[in-house]
Design a protein around this ligand. Structure first.
Ligand SMILES: [Zn+2]
Length: 404
């Protein structure tokens, strides 16, 4: 039998949403947690087999359930335009860089919400040995939207006289999941303006049943009451953004156990990076929209809606990796405790991605975890300066960790 080693930790946040556990001893064998118990001074341990993280809080690796890996968060319009039209060879190094940013922030799982050319899906499908960091990617490939409506820059549309379901059945790019866009963007100049659904309820239902038959999960971009209601009635797995979806939809989500990915950080980033010369965006509207989204997040907690953390990284001003910490702060600002917010960013995300390698720290699970040199009171801030990332109980070396 392989020798086991121990990790002594100051505080443990296990990702389940349960209470923070103080002064714990985790035993790892063959890269897997075999025991998790309270540390006691009279334990007989071989000092050479103990990693001392007693000044640290440890937690599971984080998951970002809404990224656009082929886009950077740059606010430079020229660069953004160029990224939208670039071919795979040009974009591949950018994707690798964004993955690296995720990794250095402890984000070891991402769900890509699509790009026009399917670059992120192609990257995901490359052999593992081509990739530097062990970040799990689930990718939607090209999203679906209605011709002439919002979404052309991340997707494709059915042709004239073709239904959404017919277009979908004609294409199978082997994506992990399917992304549908069923509303417009949030208005940044008129508070609470809602757009109409892109597709009728019948169209979405027919489409959703085909997605289900193919064994894929359906994520739906939807803002406003009607677009969200149609997506929920069709049985989607997650609502992305969900700005101004309203109480009725939140209650419906709780009943149907549909996951919500609120991406509140997009509004914060928009307010922070606003160009004062931009007359199309009203800062007060953006700030009120953020506040409204936080109120919806508070209601979600009250109603029992499952939230999975997602950032929309790659949108204007939303940086890969770093924005996960910002979204954690916003979820807490809405009233979630630290452990509840971390649950959104770990086990809830893992469930949505359908993965079990990461998401929770428990006996029998791979010993992957993050260490922050801080008490829980310093989180999530200290997650921006991780002490270490441990994979199978072993720290990634610092050079690898901080090479950019
Ligand atoms: Zn998005």
């Amino acid at each position: 039998m392989t020798k086991s080693h121990h990790v002594r930790v100051g505080h443990l946040v296990d990702g389940s949403g349960g209470p923070i556990q103080k002064d714990m001893l985790l035993t790892v064998r063959d890269g897997v947690f075999v025991d998790i118990e309270r540390f006691a001074e009279d334990m007989v341990l071989d000092p050479s087999a103990v990693t001392d993280l007693s000044l640290c809080t440890i937690l599971p690796p984080l998951i970002d359930c809404h990224t656009h890996l082929s886009m950077s968060g740059t606010t430079d319009q020229q660069t953004r335009k160029q990224q939208l039209t670039a071919d795979y060879d040009e974009i591949r190094p950018r994707i690798a860089e964004h993955i690296h940013y995720h990794f250095t922030h402890g984000v070891l799982g991402v769900r890509d919400a699509g790009d026009q050319h399917g670059h992120a899906l192609r990257y995901k499908n490359e052999p593992t040995e081509n990739k530097k960091e062990p970040v799990i990617i689930k990718a939607a490939g090209k999203a679906w939207h209605k011709k002439g409506r919002y979404g052309a820059f991340i997707g494709r549309h059915p042709q004239d006289n073709e239904t959404l379901a017919a277009a979908f059945s004609g294409e199978n790019d082997g994506a992990d999941l399917v992304k549908l866009i069923n509303s417009g963007l949030n208005s940044l100049s008129e508070f609470g303006r809602e757009t109409s659904p892109q597709f009728s309820l019948d169209e979405i239902q027919e489409f959703a049943s085909q997605v289900k038959q193919r064994g894929q999960k359906l994520m739906v971009h939807a803002n406003g009451r009607l677009p969200v209601r149609f997506a929920l009635e069709a049985g989607c797995h997650s609502i992305e953004h969900g700005f101004f979806m309203g109480k009725e939809n939140l209650r419906r989500m709780a009943e149907t156990q549909t996951t919500w990915v609120p991406t509140a950080v997009t509004m914060k980033a928009c307010a922070e990076t606003l160009d004062p010369r931009d007359t199309l965006i009203d800062r007060r509207v953006v700030e009120r929209t953020l506040q409204h989204q936080l109120e919806q997040i508070a209601l979600a907690k009250q109603y029992g809606v499952t939230i999975a953390l997602g950032t929309d990284a790659g949108s204007r001003g939303v940086l890969h990796g770093e924005s996960v910490i910002e979204e954690l702060k916003l979820i807490m600002k809405a009233g979630y405790s630290l452990t509840e917010a971390i649950q959104c960013a770990t086990s809830n995300g893992a469930q949505l991605l359908g993965i079990d390698e990461i998401g929770i720290i428990a006996k029998g699970k791979p010993a992957h975890f993050l260490a922050a040199r801080a008490t829980p009171a310093m989180l999530p801030r200290k997650l921006s300066y991780l002490e270490g990332i441990y994979l199978n109980g072993t720290p990634c070396n610092k050079e690898f960790f901080h090479k950019i």
